[in-house]
Design a protein around this ligand. Structure first.
Ligand SMILES: [Mn+2]
Length: 330
């Protein structure tokens, strides 16, 4: 597989990098890392992101060429076929780029390559590098570069992206998906000069008062423990989000706070948006959320972290959820 990747890189000079909708730290981090790496190999490269990332991720994009598909769809559609390779990073199905951007897969006539760590990848790329046991796509990017024996082409900007992706996809290096290789990769990043503390500060020390107040309110007033289950949920209506001047990214990590309560193993956050109800599921130990999310809430993800969606009202979504929660008991 790495040989196929190697020959694709040797025989093609122009590369598009795409990632999933509502990009998280791993989506942005792995895209930036791959961008910097292939640029260093002398390639022409452009990143396409489905929609605007949260504000804390924007600084990581300051040195790369990228376009937001939602704002530049026509421009992207016309330039797609100026590129030979299209990389799909941190997603495993066409639909993950969102309904808007999904059309690019019909328009693009070059070779598609998936590099991803979500289980059960859809078969739509000519080359699929899928390793669900790896903690993050960023780590997988690191592994690919090292298997290509091109680790000397890893520069600090690429290293920053890899660090960002690993940091955010592992809850700061604490999830079971972290292994020895994760720490070896991190050690290598520090060795080449990545300033890890700056990345932590850029991600974790950028709260606004509104965001802290929203979190305080959510925990104090909206956290509900489901009887007879090691499970807590938080629901936030559109009115409540507006009250705290909600910005994308403000509830990042909020669902994990529920799991920090002693004895809690499953957590869910329901947020009412214009498009519908967005749900984040988290779990640990013997509890898994990805199948539940895909079976009942048009979602999916990893066994311990999954997303979901419902176009019903918040009230109906919650009652349906509560009627189904027993299925989460193994
Ligand atoms: Mn990821």
């Amino acid at each position: 597989m790495i040989q196929q990747l190697q020959s694709l890189l040797e025989n093609n000079n122009s590369i598009l990098i795409t990632t999933h909708k509502s990009p998280d730290g791993d989506a942005i981090g792995s895209s930036v890392a791959w961008y910097e790496f292939v640029k260093n190999l002398g390639k022409k490269v452009l990143i396409i992101i489905p929609d605007e990332p949260s504000a804390s991720l924007l600084p990581f994009l300051s040195d790369v060429d990228y376009l937001i598909y939602d704002k530049n769809d026509e421009q992207v559609n016309t330039l797609l076929n100026d590129y030979q390779l299209l990389f799909c990073l941190d997603y495993n199905a066409k639909s993950r780029v969102g309904r808007n951007m999904e059309g690019i897969f019909d328009l693009f006539s070059g070779t598609k390559v998936m590099i991803d760590h979500h289980p059960n990848p859809e078969d739509f790329c000519e080359l699929t590098i899928s390793r669900p046991t790896v903690c993050s796509t960023a780590q997988l990017i690191f592994d690919c570069i090292s298997e290509l024996e091109l680790i000397d082409k890893l520069n600090i900007p690429a290293g920053n992206g890899i660090y960002l992706g690993i940091l955010t996809d592992t809850g700061s290096f604490r999830f079971p998906s972290v292994d020895k290789n994760t720490h070896l990769a991190l050690a290598k990043l520090l060795e080449i000069g990545v300033e890890h503390y700056k990345i932590h500060e850029a991600i974790y020390d950028v709260n606004t008062m509104d965001r802290l107040r929203l979190r305080g309110y959510a925990i104090a007033e909206k956290l509900e423990i489901i009887p007879n289950l090691p499970m807590g949920i938080i629901t936030l209506s559109q009115d409540e989000l507006n009250r705290f001047n909600y910005q994308k990214g403000d509830t990042e990590g909020l669902v994990n706070v529920i799991l920090s309560i002693e004895g809690m193993s499953i957590a869910a956050l329901f947020m009412e948006h214009k498009e519908g109800i967005k749900i984040s599921f988290r779990s640990k130990g013997n509890y898994f959320v990805n199948e539940f999310a895909s079976k009942h809430f048009e979602g999916g993800g990893h066994k311990y972290a999954a997303g979901g969606f419902s176009s019903e009202s918040l009230y109906v979504t919650l009652s349906r959820f509560k009627s189904l929660v027993e299925e989460l008991i193994p």
